[in-house]
Design a protein around this ligand. Sequence first.
Ligand SMILES: [Zn+2]
Length: 1005
Amino acid sequence: MHDDRRLVEQRLDRVLKQRVLPAIHAESIPLDLTVWQVPGEPVPVAEALGAEYEPFSVGQQWGRPWGTCWFRATGVVPAHWAGRRVEAVFDLGWVSDWPGGQAEGLVYDVDGHPIKGIAPRNQHLPITHQGPVELLIEAAANPDILHDGFVPTPLGDLSTAGDAPLYKLARADLAVLDENVWHLHHDLEVLRELMLELAETDPRRHEILRALERALDALSLDDVSGTAEAAREQLVEVLSRPAHASAHTISAVGHAHIDSAWLWPLRETVRKTARTFANVTALAEDYPEFIFACSQAQQYAWVKEHSPEVFGRIHAAVKAGQWQPVGGMWVEADGNLPGGEALARQLVHGKRFFLDEFGVDCRGVWLPDSFGYTAAYPQLARLAGMEWFLTQKISWNQTNKFPHHTFWWEGIDGSRIFTHFPPADTYNGEFTGAELAHAVRNYSDKGGGTRSLLPFGFGDGGGGPTRDMLERARRLRDLEGSPRVTIETPDAFFAAARAEYPNAPVWSGELYLELHRGTFTTQARTKSGNRRSEHLLREAELVCTAAALGAGFDYPYERLDRLWKTVLLHQFHDILPGSSIAWVHREAEATYARVAGELEAVIDEAAAALAGSGDTPWVFNTSPVARTEVFDGMLIQADPSSAGPLRLTAPPAGSEVLATERSLDNGLVRVEFDDDGLISSIRDLTAGREVLAPGARGNLLRLHADLPNEWDAWDIDRHYRHQYVDLTRAESVTLVEQAPLSGAIRVERAFGDSRIVQTIRVRAGSRRIDIETEVDWHETEKLLKATFPLDVHAERTAAEIQFGHVFRPTHTNTSWEAARFEVYCHRWVHAAEHGYGVALINDATYGHDVSREGGVTTVRLSLLRAPRSPDPHADQGTHRMTYAIVPGADIADAVAEGYALNLPLRVRPGGGAGEARSLVDVEGATVEAVKLADDRSGDVIVRAYESLGGRARARLRTSFPLADVEVVDLLERPLAGVHLALDADGSVALDLHPFEVLTLRLRRS
Ligand SMILES: [Zn+2]
């Protein structure tokens, strides 16, 4: 046979595009329009119903950036359309067919009931009655922030976005949907895309080609509508061939990945969820086989509050089995940066919301889009009752291809969770032939597993799954040459995948994303706000518990619940990482300030209740470590998690700080400075060794050029290292403190348009050298790092993560290690050779890198960035942070100093009676949280963990008598009915394995 394949394919392309598609809505009449432009921020529908509307017509411009226009559309369904499928069709003037991140609408009826959202790929609204039609469209003029790529734009904040209208209304019609043509379109598209994926040597490809040709022959271009059915008949046979016996199975589930804030503010996400969820519930009514999986409890909470009607429809869909709440987290949080307790609370608040609202106990973590995943997850997920974990983002790796799609993921403590990573490489599936074929080709567990998950639907306000996707899914259910497509819940998929592949391979440790490494540093004030909030929440819970038990203080359950949820929301994977527009980060900083104010007030009230009145200074140590610390010129001793009258101790002989213009010496460490304020020597006087590498200077600030190839706020590209300036010149180096117990030297530097003032402080009795830093930052596309070249031969570093730490090699033997050229830690990173280590502690930052040359290990802390997209002024202005170096530290010291730096002692006046006591102390393990039980029973919940990576025989002691100690899960529910024995002295022995997290419910007697 002569090969005319290309000719037939080209004929099909043209006919599909120019004849079949336009014939779907061949008959239409325009709707009449009026408009009301909301003067300010969005308003409820009730207000729009009563507004004054002005005439408007298609082709007119509308929508200043972030503005809202309400359109009233009226018309009459022509009598001769009776019995046909009528719909309204809108085009708000979409700038592309990219769904999300541009204009969107929600259509209401005249009584204000929401019907359905409209988006570029979902423009229709069913009209089910004859006669007059009246609709109200709430149209949001959200700007397309990344329209021109990663360039600075003023559109990302209301105050800079201007007033020029962004959109031109392109269509508002009543139309007839020609069902034969519509179905023909789907038949042709599905077969065409399948054909193009098949090998040219595959007979099936040619059978499809000839069937398509016969269909084109049967279709009259002069009467597409009248001949569509005849054309479809030519395709029945090729569409009815079943899939191969060994065909891969795609478990598809409807999904809409809605970023809780990103290129739009939080308030817009409130509306995006209402639009998408209205669509989804409408679609569920039309397609009984449709199932939708939806994460992020926060988004449900918004819909419940702002669109109760849509929330009612969600309830009905859940009940009908068509909607599955998944993920069990408050939001899809960043996967690296949330602190241990915060990550636990993401799971607690997410799971509890779904339990309370729907009676659904989520079985899996749903995190397709976070920028890497901490090795603490498997244990925390299991402790929240999760059985599976879904991720997707690792397919974005720049360097290495992740070797598995279905695997057991093992955390730092050895816990494993069954994990899947969809091989379609998308969480916005559309059932294109290319996507399905890629999923099959890419799936790396063939021979072991036979199935993969495909979340389908447009995210971010694109409206979620569409009827077109469901029509495709029906045709692809069992089709030769294609994977089988079955729509099912993620729970069903994971159960089947695990049953067929119980011995899936194991991946141990973190799932590091080889991309978006800037998210450990960008928007530093958002990050320090998170860090501060996490520690204030810990303090508030601890002090309130002590006050409730000791002084009858009214434990503020509701306030703490609300504040936790606020902090959890801001850990969303585009807020905490710093990848949102200016509006989002401006609001986040204000919110963190409010949260801090409220938590300080809560702590103050509880502390006052506990301490009583009087003039005796009380000290509160909210950290889990015993401390002997200089405070306000005194040396104070404080037990872990304790409060009580201040206990002074005399400084040991020789511990006074000797400070000169160029040195600080407390008998434990001696720090020397050069004339430019750089640290020329750190002498560990106990170990008798120099900490800095020979000839090197410590705390050297290095300013790097930092323009990644794309994804400015997200990425640090490796080439940043090639260009830098060392900030070696100081404006002044001044001795600013010379007290017996504390000495400090201040160094001021100016560079570019910026200034940095650092106070380097040494205190009696402590090896910790604090570097208190204030930066007035006005750089552009720069990365500021603080460098510490250590005379330590470290093969690896330990970096704190949630409830433990991970080791990372300092060499770059393989591409996997080389790709980790920027990593994160929480409060500390530790570099050690046998017998000697150094810790770097911080109270606000996360990003750093480590390299080793010969015997010198260099740790560089990433302090600030200045990307210009999507926020053109990211990080500009004032920053305050403290980092510290602790010579001669082992990991236990790093853990203790990490807590101490982030939880400064609090001193306030109180009554003179009694002595300081630890509310809860776990000797041999680390207490992460102490709080009253969420069920308001008055039980005390303690979460402790083994922080050093070894086995611990620990002992729990409390200041209150115990009746019972029960092991519970993160949600404070009994875990396997384990009760621990109380010893005669009222203490409890605890056995913990390495990095084990243990939650205990303490019943008081
Ligand atoms: Zn996302």
